[in-house]
Design a protein around this ligand. Structure first.
Ligand code: SF4
Length: 484
């Protein structure tokens, strides 16, 4: 029976990190899937030519990746754990005796680099998913989620607008002294938080009013890959983010959207019109249908009870009266229709028709046909089935981010930092989808060499091989044989 001597060796010459980290360790797959080296070229202009030599930007980016990948509570904690974790050291390319960087290098790097590095990391993961055949690209699901800001409700200041503006200006000036002038412009129009002026007080169904940001995302229908991400302050209406999410999805995946699936918050006339003009089928629940029969519209005739006559451009109401064009609402792009003055006041059906003092009115959009077509698509059986799928796809995507990567709470303050957090978490979720995808096995070194040497020239020597297969070979070659 042996006894282990806990006394440490004076020198450890035979510690091989390659052997100590198991072959199927998730970080090996991450290293194979994600190319972090792009950051060197991208941030090169941010560094001078003399002074101290910085920590390698690749190492810094990998540290920020680890921060969210394992949902480590803080940067201090991450750096204090680093020396104890052989897998982290292997991932970073550090030896046992390499000095561990100070935690402050991470916040300094964020200021120095800006947001673009993290956006590029996210886009890279989307493109890898496309290359691996995990993105359908034609049907997307949209939703948003509130994220608690890193600031207390007690920091909210309510005062005269002039004083709020002065406070925001003073805050920006103070921040510029400490950091580079990134996003000094505030986006918060109402009462302002003195801790995080970009966050806004929003009430959610699950919690009371709090300072929050809003995260918007588009998820692909095939495997739930996140293809577009946008971060705003909490008070922004999610419906207005639909055009930019569709545009971002198309840019990131190089695939045009055929169908957009979302709940009734996105089912506005403007979104219907926008999608129809782009030829996108709208499977977004109709906001008007949802609101019909509720609030002030409860127990009154729906708009469908009025018959339109194209020849005379008038409506006939259930009481047999005619509604004519009354005036143009430029903001909403609609014509308003009304009966002649006084007719509704004396109508026997008035109680069932309207609660407005000056009688019932109807609105008709300038692109009425497009809006009606969108409504038909939104109420179809296929749309309802898509919305059921959206529920578990989107809720699953948000739940995974919240449970595994600390998505529901902002780590840092200001909108641009929250954008960085959202890009990192979305990138990590995509990487995990890539890793969960079964790879084609590589059994021999010869196959690995063939993957790296022969297959890239497949087009020239007559091979037909799809991108997904080539990617699988490359990943397996790097994972198993350390070829890079
Ligand atoms: S209230 Fe006016 S619009 Fe409604 S049924 Fe009577 S006349 Fe027609």
């Amino acid at each position: 029976m042996g006894t282990h001597q806990p006394q440490a060796s004076l020198f450890a010459y035979r510690v091989d990190r390659e052997q100590r980290v198991r072959p199927d360790h998730p970080l090996r797959r991450v290293a194979a899937v994600v190319d972090f080296s792009f950051v060197r070229e991208q941030v090169a202009p941010c560094y001078g030519y003399n002074g101290h030599v910085s920590v390698d930007p690749v190492v810094i980016l990998k540290l920020m990746f680890l921060l969210f990948y394992d949902d480590v509570p803080s940067e201090r904690e991450l750096l204090s754990r680093l020396g104890e974790r052989l897998d982290y050291l292997w991932f970073l390319g550090y030896g046992l005796d390499d000095p561990i960087p100070d935690h402050s290098v991470l916040s300094k790097a964020r200021h120095r680099w800006g947001r673009e590095v993290f956006e590029r990391l996210f886009v890279q993961t989307v493109q890898k998913c496309v290359a691996a055949g995990l993105v359908d690209g034609h049907k997307i699901h949209l939703d948003s989620s509130l994220v608690d800001a890193n600031a207390s409700k007690n920091s909210v200041l309510k005062s005269a607008p002039a004083l709020i503006d002065a406070l925001k200006a003073a805050y920006g000036a103070q921040e510029q002294k400490l950091t580079e002038p990134l996003a000094a412009e505030s986006v918060n129009a109402g009462p302002v938080s003195t801790t995080d002026p970009d966050a806004t007080v929003v009430r959610s169904s699950s919690g009371g009013p709090r300072l929050r940001y809003k995260h918007h995302r588009a998820v692909d229908n095939a495997h739930g890959v996140i293809t577009a991400v946008r971060t705003t302050t909490g008070r922004v209406d999610e419906a207005q983010q639909l055009p930019s999410l569709i545009e971002q999805h198309t840019h990131n995946t190089a695939k045009a959207v055929d169908t957009a699936v979302a709940d009734s918050k996105y089912g506005t006339v403007e979104n219907y019109r926008h999608c129809q003009q782009l030829g996108i089928t709208t499977h977004m629940a109709d906001l008007q249908t949802k609101q019909a029969g509720t609030g002030r519209r409860a127990a009154i005739f729906p708009d469908t009870g009025f018959v339109y006559a194209a020849v005379t451009d008038t409506y006939r109401c259930p009481g047999g009266q005619t509604l004519h064009r009354h005036h143009w609402n430029a903001a909403r792009r609609v014509w308003q229709y009304r009966t002649r003055a006084g007719l509704c006041a004396g109508c026997a059906l008035r109680a069932q028709c309207t609660r407005a003092k000056d009688g019932r009115s109807l609105q008709r959009h300038e692109d009425h046909q497009l809006v009606q077509q969108a409504r038909m698509q939104a109420n179809s059986a296929v749309a309802k089935r898509d919305r059921r799928r959206r529920q578990h796809l989107m809720e699953g995507s948000f739940a995974d981010a919240a449970n595994n990567h600390g998505f529901k709470r902002a780590r840092w303050r200001r909108l641009w930092r929250q954008e960085i957090q959202d890009w990192l978490i979305a990138a990590i979720q995509n990487v995990r989808i890539l890793m969960a995808h079964p790879l084609r096995p590589v059994h021999t070194t010869a196959q690995a060499v063939r993957a790296l040497v022969v297959l890239p020239s497949a087009g020239r020597c007559g091979f037909r091989i799809d991108e997904r297969c080539l990617w699988a070979y490359e990943v397996a070659a790097v994972t198993r044989f350390g070829v890079n």
